[in-house]
Design a protein around this ligand. Sequence first.
Ligand code: HGY
Ligand code: MN
Ligand code: MN
Ligand code: MN
Length: 404
Amino acid sequence: MTHTVEDGHRLDRFRELWGEIAPIGRDERSGGYLRYAFTEPELRLREWFREQADARAMPVTGDGNGNLFAWWGDPDAGGAVLTGSHFDSVPHGGAYDGPLGIVSAWLAVDELRAAGVTPSRPLVVGAFVEEEGARFGVPCLGSRLLTGQIDADRAGRLRDAAGVSFAEALGARPAGADPGLLGRFGAFVELHVEQGRALVDQNAPVAVASAIWPHGRWRLDFTGEGNHAGTTRMADRRDPMLTYAFTVLAANKEARLRDAHATVGRVVVEPNATNAVPSRVTGWLDARAAEPDTLDGLVEAVRVKAGERARRDGTEVTLTEESATPLVAFDGGLADRLARLLAAPVLPTGAGHDAGVLAAHVPTAMLFVRNPTGVSHSPAESATDADCAAGVVALARVLAELLR
Ligand code: HGY
Ligand code: MN
Ligand code: MN
Ligand code: MN
């Protein structure tokens, strides 16, 4: 596809569109983003999505689960090529994780139109809801609903910290699986900022994804005996914070032993008072590994070590799986074809994505854009405008290839 859009103009177009959403949901203190599903910033981003679709005469449809799809071409034509990502963020997350894939999708549509491409099949720009699971606790909730990977009633009952259910936030019981819609997609390409430094090390602006590590989230409930911090003798305490702290250290050690990844990044303490021995501590383990049995071994080791320590501390502990994502091997033929097309490296990732969910149902590919800091899920997440513009060009080339 010959490019009729000059690089300088392309950079300006990226900056212009990026500038429209960059302030939305940005926390002035941290510089990170607070974009949770159906909260004011995300609703504004949905409005922006519809404005972008209208400006391109692309009608927007929903799937009854909170996901949005804008269509270029006849929605009933079948074999549609879907591209997009998510708007929502983790608390104080980076600017690029999610939105870069949606902004790049609009700009790729513009590139194709500027190059005079007339798709033989529909091209769809999509925005998936609650990918981070930051409000309702289950990641990729929108894509799991669309594909039937989560039961609609269970999803509807998920509650946020204020007790609001997903169904209440959505405004209806989620519609759940939509095989008819899913069947109309012939391919899905998600462009995403890299969450790591491989592209920096390989000195390349864009990569193609090969796989997503198996990973999941487990809730650890530690219960003991709440008591006075000043009067209770140490020998009489049944302090769940002690068992929790030991378990966090054990998870770190067991992950390192297996060259896997594990963190407990979220904790809730009851009654959460400086002068009270806690009665309960709840922590969420995020564990990931390149191979499924390594991950299973890691989680089992954490469960055993936590149990042993609980017996020593006179506390109890339970470990409950809250979400699990199996190893995702993207369509190898498609990944190789795109890597050749783009002369780009092929990389695995430890990060989950909606593409990882769709991959079980639709030929799916991911493109990564270089992140100079390699940091993500943090305000320090970064990408240069030039690399983002290169990502748009790469995405447009991939879409042109798939739409032939
Ligand atoms: O947690 C993840 O892997 C993704 O960024 N939601
Ligand atoms: Mn993320
Ligand atoms: Mn993401
Ligand atoms: Mn993700």
